[in-house]
Write a protein that binds this ligand. Structure first.
Ligand SMILES: [Zn+2]
Ligand SMILES: [Zn+2]
Length: 361
């Protein structure tokens, strides 16, 4: 029997989101219905509302979530009703050219649910990142459910589903930060602070946080930044060189999506160093760099999508580290809110007042 639940919907470009009645079908083959317990508010949800992702309104927002599997469809063996799961937007196909070459974390054909959730009048919804979890329950592909230690708090665990994973993975997976490395992170919001946390966890000796806002630099210190630079007061490239014996850092992570910050990251790295771009640029942005510098400095310039994570590998491991007190996930939860307060949370996020507001269902 299809179920009626509450969910947060963006009906039209730029309009405030509203809580609507959503119809959830029973799970079909390969699908699962998950009772959501918590879902973080991410910039991408706001981008959907602003029409910045695509025009397929109405959107069912929310995608950084944890909950309990309620029911599964035919042929689902990896998860079962009652399992505590984090939802992911990288349910790998196992058969694309990337999966077949042993690189499932780069899968080019990830799965979402086949059936549609709808509004009460039958209008089909586009779930954010194929999830749609500001909702009592949601319908996903079973592969989007990653089972983790059920004693983890949902409001903390869910954050691994998107932004925090993107930052941790930018440092640990894409940047391959190792013991003793020096790292600079540009932009100290949720993703940047997660990159700092990831660098700390990976054993970096020097972690330099760069932002324009002193409040965010204070947050960065809580996650393990050893030095902070307010780029509105001093040249971050010069200061980073000074802090690294004149050399620059081994890994520079850009978590803003700004050509200026990228350029600073580029010039902040040591010879043979790595630049990781995890901030999301807009389509109009361009960047110009001296070609010889790309060649002459060696090293690599990389982009990090979803922290190059493989959910089945990374989520349970990171939850275990969190349970052992080695990974500070709690620090990302600025506040917990009700499902009615998402619009207000967008405003707080735009003003840079919170790392993460988390909807608790
Ligand atoms: Zn694939
Ligand atoms: Zn997100």
């Amino acid at each position: 029997m299809p179920q009626e639940v509450r969910g947060v919907v963006a009906k039209a470009k730029g309009q405030p989101v509203t809580v609507e009645t959503i119809i959830i079908p029973d799970p079909g083959p390969g699908e699962a219905v998950v009772a959501i317990q918590a879902c973080g508010v991410c910039h991408t949800d706001l981008h959907y509302r602003e029409g910045g992702i695509n025009d397929e309104f109405p959107f069912l927002l929310g995608h950084e979530a944890a909950g309990v599997v309620e029911s599964v469809g035919e042929g689902v063996n990896d998860v079962a009703p009652g399992d505590f799961v984090i939802l992911n937007w990288r349910a790998v196909c196992g058969s694309c050219r990337s999966c077949l070459r042993g690189r499932p974390h780069l899968c080019f054909d990830t799965h979402n649910a086949t059936q549609k959730m709808t509004l009460a009048d039958g209008t089909e919804l586009s779930p954010a990142l194929g999830i749609g979890a500001f909702c009592d329950k949601t319908l996903v592909a079973a592969g989007q459910c990653t089972k983790v230690d059920a004693t983890a708090k949902p409001e903390v665990a869910g954050l691994l589903g998107c932004g925090v994973m993107a930052g941790l993975g930018a440092a640990m997976n894409t940047g391959e930060v190792g013991r003793g490395d020096s790292v600079a992170v540009f932009g100290c919001g949720g993703v940047g602070d997660a990159a700092i946390e990831g660098a700390r966890l990976a054993g970096a000796a020097t972690i330099i946080a760069v932002d324009l806002d002193d409040k965010k630099l204070e947050w960065a210190k809580n996650f393990g930044a050893t030095h902070t630079i307010n780029a509105s007061e001093q040249d971050p490239v010069e200061k980073i060189r000074e802090l690294t014996g004149g050399n620059g850092v081994d890994v520079a992570i850009e978590a803003v999506g700004s050509p200026k910050a990228y350029e600073q990251a580029f010039y902040s790295r040591d010879l043979a160093g790595t630049v990781v771009l995890v901030g999301v640029p807009n389509p109009e942005m361009t960047i110009e760099l001296p070609f010889i510098e790309l060649f002459g400095r060696g090293g690599s310039l990389k982009s990090s999508w979803y922290g190059d994570c493989l959910p089945s590998r990374d989520f349970p491991m990171l939850i275990d580290l969190y349970k052992q007190g080695r990974l500070n996930l709690e620090g990302f939860v600025s506040e917990t809110i009700s499902i009615d307060a998402v619009e207000e949370a967008f405003h707080k996020m735009e003003k840079g007042e919170v790392l993460r507001s988390v909807v608790v269902i």
